[in-house]
Design a protein around this ligand. Structure first.
Ligand code: CTP
Length: 418
C-alpha cells in the first residue's frame, strides 16, 4: 500500500514539529550545497508503521562535514567532525530546544568487511550503496528531504513489502557473518513488532555465524544486551536468544531469564523509594540474581561490565543469598548492611521478595541520621579519630532502632558514651 510519506512526516503526533523545523533547515542547507539529503533506517521504518519517531539519522550524497560546517555557520552550535569516516556530530545551538541536543550527519558510504565480524572499512559512495550495507530490508529504506524531492521513498530492497508482510530479512547470505550482532537486532525487531524472521535468514543463524559471534569483544555483545534491556519485552527477547542457541554459543553459563521476573522489569519504582529507574541495570540484576557469585563474576568479565553494573549484579546475588539470614536483624543492622550496596540492587531484591525491611530501608531508614555531628564532638573537645565513627554510628543505630526518639535523648546517650 502506498503511504503518503510527506503527510506522515508533517504529522506532529508522529514527528514533533520542532524536529520537523530542524529537518527542513538541514534539507534547505543540503539543497543549497547540491547534496541530496536523506533520512534513513529506523526513522523510515517506524514512520511507515505509523509509529512515533524521535531519533533520526541523516545521510547525504556529498560531504557531511561540509554540510555540518555550513549549518554551524548559519545556525550556530558546534561541530565535531570525524574526517576518517566523513561524518560529523552537530551539537545544536540552544535556539533549537530539542532532545537529544546533537545529531549525526553521515556521508553516504559503501562498507566492506576485511574479516568476518570485524568492524567495516568504509568509503564514500551513493545512497544506493549506503542502503545495501545495512542489516535488514525494513531498515534499508530512505526518504529524501531536499527541495522538490521532499518525501520521496527509496526502497531498492523492497523493505516496504516486508514491513507489510511483517518479515525481517537480511540483505545477503553473508550478512550475519559480516556482523553477527545482527542476530540480536533481528530478535529485537521480531519481538518488538511481532514480526517473523524469514526462513532464508533463520538458516543463517548457524554454527558458522555463531562461532564468529563468539569471537566478538564482550563490549560489543554487552551493548546488544543493553539495547534489549531498554525494550519493553526484554524477557521475551532473552528467551528467544536462548532458544536459538545464542546463549549456549556465546557463554553457556548465561542463565535463563526467570519467567516470573519478566513483568517486574516493567514496573517503575514508587517515587517514595527515591530509586532512579535504570532499566538496564535492573534488567541485568533480575536476569543474573539467581546465579552464583562465581558465575556472575565470569559473565561480568566476559561481557565487559563497567564497575557500576558489576557492583550491582554482584550485590543482588549476595543479598538474595543472605536474605533469609537477615530476617531477624534490627533496623540499624539492616541499614548498615544495605548502605554498602547500590540502591537499585536493594530495589531489585525487594521486587522479587517483597521483604518489608528493604522497603523500610529505601523509604525511611536510610534517611534517619543522628542529630549530633562530628563538629559537635569536636566542640566537646573529643580528639578526632576512628572513635568519631564509632560514636556517631552508635547514636544513629539507637535512633534507627527506636531506643532514642529526640535530640535530648540523643544528648543523654552521648553523655553515657563519653
Ligand atoms: N545498522 C546496520 N547494522 C547494524 C547496526 C545498524 O545495518 N549492526 C543500520 C540499520 O539500517 C539501522 C541504522 O543503521 O536502521 C541505525 O541503527 P540503530 O540506530 O541501531 O537502529 P534503528 O534503526 O534506529 O532502530 P532502533 O529503533 O532499534 O534504534
Amino acid at each position: 500500500m502506498q503511504k503518503d510519506l510527506p503527510r506522515l512526516m508533517r504529522d506532529p503526533n508522529l514527528f514533533p514539529s520542532e524536529k520537523q523545523t530542524l529537518l527542513s533547515n538541514i534539507a534547505d542547507q543540503a539543497a543549497s550545497l547540491d547534496m541530496p539529503c536523506y533520512l534513513v533506517g529506523g526513522f523510515v521504518r517506524d514512520l511507515l508503521l505509523n509509529q512515533p519517531v524521535n531519533d533520526f539519522d541523516i545521510v547525504v550524497e556529498g560531504d557531511a562535514i561540509e554540510l555540518g560546517a555550513a549549518l554551524v555557520k548559519k545556525y550556530g552550535g558546534k561541530l565535531t567532525p570525524h574526517t576518517k569516516f566523513r561524518t560529523a556530530i552537530w551539537h545544536l545551538p540552544s535556539s533549537f530546544i530539542i532532545y537529544p541536543s546533537s545529531l549525526d550527519l553521515i556521508t553516504a558510504r559503501k562498507e566492506t568487511y576485511s574479516r568476518l565480524g570485524a568492524l567495516p572499512t568504509i568509503k564514500p559512495s551513493t545512497i544506493d550503496d549506503d542502503l545495501r550495507r545495512r542489516d535488514f530490508t525494513i531498515n534499508a529504506m530512505a526518504v529524501r528531504l531536499d527541495g522538490d524531492h521532499f518525501g520521496e521513498l527509496l526502497d531498492p530492497l523492497n523493505g516496504q513489502a516486508d514491513l507489510e508482510k511483517k518479515i525481517i530479512r537480511v540483505l545477503h547470505p553473508r550478512s550475519l557473518m559480516d556482523d553477527p550482532t545482527r542476530i540480536f537486532r533481528a530478535i529485537r525487531y521480531m519481538t518488538r513488532y511481532s514480526f517473523i524472521l524469514h526462513p532464508s535468514s533463520v538458516i543463517l543463524i548457524n554454527l558458522e555465524s555463531l562461532s564468529i559471534l563468539n569471537s566478538l569483544s564482550g563490549e560489543r555483545i554487552r551493548h546488544e544486551f543493553d539495547l534489549i534491556f531498554e525494550e519493553e519485552n526484554s524477557a521475551q527477547m532473552l528467551a528467544r536468544l536462548n532458544e536459538l542457541g545464542i546463549f549456549n554459543a556465546f557463554d553457556p553459563s548465561l542463565p535463563k531469564f526467570i519467567d516470573q521476573y519478566a513483568k517486574l522489569l516493567n514496573s517503575n519504582p514508587p517515587a517514595e523509594f527515591g530509586v532512579s529507574a535504570n532499566r538496564v541495570i535492573l534488567g541485568y540484576s533480575l536476569w543474573l540474581m539467581d546465579s552464583s557469585l562465581d558465575v556472575v563474576k565470569a559473565i561480568a568479565k566476559r561481557l565487559d561490565f563497567n564497575s557500576e553494573l558489576r557492583e550491582a549484579s554482584l550485590a543482588v546475588v549476595q543479598l538474595k543469598k543472605d536474605l533469609h539470614s537477615l530476617k531477624k536483624i534490627s533496623p540499624s543492622q539492616w541499614t548498615f548492611r544495605l548502605e554498602k550496596i547500590p540502591l537499585i540492587a536493594v530495589y531489585a531484591i525487594w521486587l522479587v521478595s517483597n521483604e518489608t525491611a528493604l522497603k523500610e530501608f529505601l523509604v525511611k531508614w536510610r534517611h534517619i541520621k543522628s542529630g549530633i555531628t562530628g563538629d559537635d564532638l569536636k566542640a566537646r573537645g573529643i580528639p578526632t579519630g576512628p572513635r568519631y565513627k564509632e560514636i556517631l554510628s552508635q547514636l544513629r543505630a539507637a535512633r534507627l532502632d527506636g531506643e532514642i526518639k529526640n535530640d535530648k535523648e540523643e544528648e543523654e546517650l552521648l553523655n553515657t558514651l563519653l
